[in-house]
Design a protein around this ligand. Structure first.
Ligand code: AHR
Length: 342
């Protein structure tokens, strides 16, 4: 966004705003005038120059700390903020959507320069994003997307979640010669990532008539719930199951505990594949308990602050950045674990 354009737009809106007050303005107009007080691109209040990273305040609403992936994601962003001398206000949503909405509303009231959201749920964001837009605060999404018009946020950085699910399904099809009875451990159902990982996997196994999902249940991306769900599903489908597909490593690690407690061998009696490629998954692969993991890279910090830097300087950024991943099988675990950054 060109700061010059901002200045003239702001002046125009300011005039419009005061004229509207005199005439009894509409909500939209007064909001526009209010937004005009705060430039969206990071130009200073006089509109003379774009800000630099060390001059801005970033409000970051994080989902929570549900998984090893999430902890690595927070760490990457916090460390990068420190490295680049950015003042970061970190709000842990504790995996409750309304906590995140309240945190973001608080950032808007405070008048931060940029808002970063890693949304727990994809829906229910429109009013808050509209408020941020009215206030002239750019929003950046990381780790998951939202169900809202694209002009309500600057950019989203995510992995290709459908590809991840599809890759897991293809791997399982190959390993089982297209013959599997599967338990699927789903992530947080209201998150786009869970929907897409489910879709991709379903697409891949649809090509194999003898691959069937016997049960599909949410473990909310946590180890505890992954274990609890598996403890219920295993006895209910005794002798029937030969594979587990978990939407993340933490749920797979919980499922592995339940499989062992049931006297079965995870990785042998029941194949286990999941997504994320966190270090504990590599350890489980080295122990032969997890068969494969599809990488979803959480190290968003450097990319996030490069992007924010561009936004505050008024440069254009792509609407969507896909963070690439790859699959790791247990044969690669011992060699690869040393270089895993998370
Ligand atoms: O949004 C990314 C997903 O959220 C990760 O795969 C999962 O572990 C996390 O909780």
């Amino acid at each position: 966004m060109n700061p010059q354009n901002h200045v003239s737009r702001r002046m125009f809106l300011a005039i419009l705003g005061s004229a509207s007050v005199a005439a009894g303005c509409s909500r939209e107009e007064s909001d526009a005038a209010r937004a005009a007080q705060k430039p969206a691109s990071g130009a200073d209040t006089a509109g003379r120059k774009p800000k630099t990273l060390s001059e801005i305040v970033v409000g970051f609403s994080q989902t929570g700390a549900e998984s090893s992936w999430r902890i690595a994601h927070s760490k990457s962003i916090q460390e990068e903020a420190e490295k680049r001398h950015v003042q970061l206000l970190f709000a842990d949503g504790q995996n409750v959507h309304n906590n995140q909405v309240n945190a973001v509303n608080g950032f808007i009231t405070k008048g931060v320069d940029i808002i970063v959201i890693a949304p727990q749920e994809s829906v229910g964001w429109k009013p808050t994003l509209k408020e941020a837009k009215r206030a002239g605060i750019p929003v950046v999404l990381t780790s998951r997307g939202v169900d809202a018009e694209e002009d309500l946020y600057e950019t989203v950085m995510v992995a290709d979640f459908v590809w991840e699910g599809r890759r897991a399904g293809e791997w399982l099809a190959k390993q089982t010669n297209g013959n599997a009875r599967i338990i699927e451990l789903v992530g947080t159902p209201a998150a786009d990532v869970a929907v897409m990982r489910k879709t991709g996997f379903a697409e891949a196994i649809a090509k194999h008539p003898d691959m069937k999902i016997i049960a599909s249940q949410s473990g909310d991306f946590t180890r505890t719930k992954g274990k609890a769900v598996m403890e219920t599903l295993l006895p209910a489908h005794k002798g029937e199951i030969n594979a587990v597909y978990a939407h993340n490593d933490d749920m797979a690690l919980g499922a592995i505990q339940a499989i062992q407690a049931a006297g079965l061998k995870p990785g042998q009696d029941i194949l286990v594949i999941s997504i994320d490629a966190v270090k504990p998954a590599f350890e489980a692969m080295m122990e032969g308990k997890l068969n494969a993991t599809v990488e979803c890279n959480p190290m968003h910090g450097p990319l996030l602050f490069d992007t924010i830097d561009k936004i505050v300087r008024g440069e254009k950024v792509p609407k969507r950045t896909i963070v690439p991943g790859q699959i790791f099988e247990r044969e690669q675990a011992a060699t690869a674990i040393g270089s895993r950054p998370y």
